[in-house]
Design a binder for this molecule. Structure first.
Ligand code: GCU
Length: 641
């Protein structure tokens, strides 16, 4: 290991401005040069532009041949044999998946080369320039002016490269080999129930910073009662001792910090006048940081989230999560993977129309736009990494991949008040290897962020001596903060009336959350309540499911599957599914199905109970000794049908 570190050090020295591509830089609010728009593309199912006919990678050769697509070569003479030409190639929109842009790419899985030509932003000698990608699914090899910048694996998290000194003033050639092939040892693995959208699916930009700049920061409320704020600022290019100014103008807070030798400064300060962030009042405060010539601003909400026994407490008050699961897909206007903030907002508005105060962003980190909109709109968030179904638990590469995606997710979004839960996995089969893998991930998550709750979508089974008693018994439930599970009583497990019989036993002194339930219906397809895929069948399933789950001791919320119909290659029933999973409460166009109103009515009822009851008692709680409040039970009334 020591020998390896020396090598890396030497390499880094050689490459003056090497910068770990996945080291987080908060760049959302930095001014930038967008590289979005039309990119030329070449479909390359045989990776002909990446390997020679001996299947040796061109980018591993000292002098790669012109046949390597990343050289972006042009014939130098009439007889020069170059068998590709980006200038004559067709175009794809970035950001965007390729599957919904070109009919011929609808089912395509493999490599596609993207090329963008651009002029460099003007910079001063001392400044640094970064090339940033919001997400590329699934792996990317990135080349600039014929030289390899690096690779990235994982389709849902950002990465960037330091390209200082590597840019030409004009006509830079940026080329990516994007590949979305599925692999058994990947994360996610071979089998998922969502469309494997390929491409440069989120924004691409260049941003410039001074030599000394604010790379990252973390700021959160430590306690709702004392209203103390603490955090850290990470400088890049620091030698130690640099002055940093932290301001929250609205709270008349101005603090001077000093960076240590690693360029890090920590702080704790009182914000007694702060208004706490909550769905009812999603208050965001402007935060301004300055160091040297650099300045960065952000909007951050202040809130606390914790559990107490079986209760979930937001700002020390019990809360019920009126949730809905959401895929990052918006196909109402011809697209697939969400392409921009407007489409993300549409999905959140659809969730709000359900009277939801929470979304489970399934099964992978959604865009930064999505979580920042949730901050602004007052929607709580469950954010998840795609450790989905049966991945290669034994494979260290798979673990490193999962951990890298988890870290990137937490690092990018750690300042978002809306996010209260990090989810480690979905429906993973209980085994020692699996539980060890996920427990390691849990430790990693807690080491990066100790202010949020951990969970995972686990599974239920029935007591061996009584098929009407459903239980959740999973060693992972000991590790996480919320006992969450998916259950499909009435769809994959019996018919809707089964819900009337089933009782639940969940033997953990932790809050219980149902991360999925539901059933399919084709919007506009009507019939009798026992006719599967009709709106009437789905409606009854929801009526019975809501009644059943509302009786579960310690239930603090649910996120039914799912807000809107979404594409899945596993849904091939013609005339009903047609490549769509039809469990949405809305069609893919946003048209409500009957079950939509069942859930809305339940959420109106829950909101009523939680908000009305606690308004009255709030005074009592403030006066009552602290520990008593958490034990207070909410009167149980039957939910409306
Ligand atoms: C699973 C899974 C989802 C899937 C859903 C379904 O529980 O978590 O990704 O789409 O069930 O079968 O519809």
């Amino acid at each position: 290991m020591h020998y390896l570190r020396i090598c890396c050090g030497l390499l880094a020295l050689l490459n003056l401005n090497s910068f770990a591509s996945d080291l987080n830089i908060q760049s959302y609010n930095r001014s930038a040069t967008s590289l979005n728009g039309n990119w030329s593309y070449i479909v390359d199912p045989y990776d002909n532009g990446f390997y020679n006919y001996r299947y040796e990678a061109f980018d591993q050769q000292d002098a790669p041949s012109k046949n390597a697509f990343f050289t972006d070569s042009k014939p130098q003479s009439p007889s020069d044999l170059i068998e590709y030409d980006f200038d004559k190639a067709d175009q794809l929109q970035v950001p965007g998946d390729w599957n919904t842009q070109k009919e011929k790419l609808y089912y395509y899985e493999g490599s596609i080369w993207y090329r963008k030509k651009f002029d460099a932003p003007s910079t001063h000698k001392e400044e640094r320039t970064f090339l940033y990608f919001g997400a590329v699914n699934y792996s990317a090899d990135i080349y600039l002016n014929g030289k390899k910048l690096g690779t990235h694996v994982g389709g849902f998290t950002p990465f960037q490269f330091d390209v200082s000194g590597k840019l030409l003033p004009k006509d830079n050639s940026l080329i990516l080999r994007v590949n979305n092939n599925r692999h058994a040892d990947a994360v996610p693995t071979l089998n998922t129930d969502w469309w494997n959208y390929g491409g440069i699916t989120r924004e691409v930009k260049l941003f410039v910073t001074p030599k000394l700049f604010i790379r990252d920061y973390q700021l959160q409320l430590d306690s709702a009662s004392s209203k103390t704020i603490s955090g850290k600022v990470y400088l890049e290019g620091a030698k130690g001792g640099e002055k940093i100014t932290l301001r929250l103008p609205e709270l008349n807070i101005q603090q001077t910090l000093r960076a240590d030798n690693n360029g890090i400064a920590t702080f704790t300060l009182a914000a007694t006048a702060a208004e706490l962030w909550s769905p009812a009042s999603p208050k965001l405060y402007s935060v301004e940081l300055r160091a040297g010539k650099d300045k960065i601003t952000d909007q951050i909400g202040l809130r606390t989230i914790r559990t107490s026994g079986k209760q979930l407490l937001l700002n020390d008050k019990p809360i019920f999560l009126r949730g809905i699961s959401v895929h990052e897909e918006y196909s109402a206007e011809g697209g697939g993977r969400v392409r921009n903030a407007q489409e993300a907002k549409k999905l959140l508005e659809w969730a709000k129309s359900l009277n939801a105060n929470m979304v489970r962003l399934a099964h992978y980190p959604h865009s930064e736009d999505m979580v920042r909109l949730a901050d602004q709109m007052g929607i709580l968030v469950w954010s998840e990494v795609p450790v989905y179904w049966t991945i290669a638990w034994k494979n260290p590469k798979t673990y490193n991949n999962a951990e890298a995606q988890l870290s990137a997710m937490i690092e990018r979004d750690k300042n978002r008040a809306a996010i209260i839960i990090w989810s480690l996995a979905n429906e993973t089969p209980v085994s020692t290897l699996r539980t060890e893998f996920l427990t390691r991930l849990a430790h990693k998550a807690r080491s990066l962020d100790s202010t949020r709750l951990l969970s995972a979508a686990m599974e239920k089974h029935y007591r061996s001596d009584n098929a009407n008693i459903a239980v959740v018994e999973d060693p992972l439930a000991e590790v996480v903060d919320l006992v969450s599970f998916n259950q499909y009583i009435g769809w994959y497990d019996g018919l809707p009336e089964k819900a009337d019989q089933v009782r639940w036993e969940i033997a953990y002194n932790k809050p219980v959350f149902i991360s999925e339930f539901g059933g399919g219906a084709r919007q506009g397809y009507h019939g009798t309540t026992d006719q599967i895929f009709t709106e009437e069948f789905q409606e009854v399933l929801y009526q019975r499911s809501v009644k059943m789950i509302d009786k579960i001791d310690g239930l603090v919320g649910t996120s039914p599957w799912i807000l809107a119909d979404f594409r899945s290659p596993r849904r091939q029933l013609s005339g009903i599914q047609d490549d769509y999973n039809r469990k949405g409460l809305l069609s893919e166009k946003g048209t409500p199905k009957k079950a939509f109103y069942v859930l809305k009515k339940y959420y109106d009822y829950k909101q009523d109970i939680y908000e009305k009851k606690y308004t009255v008692q709030e005074a009592d709680m403030r006066n009552a000794p602290k520990q008593d409040t958490a034990k207070q039970d909410i009167a149980k009334k039957d939910p409306p049908q």
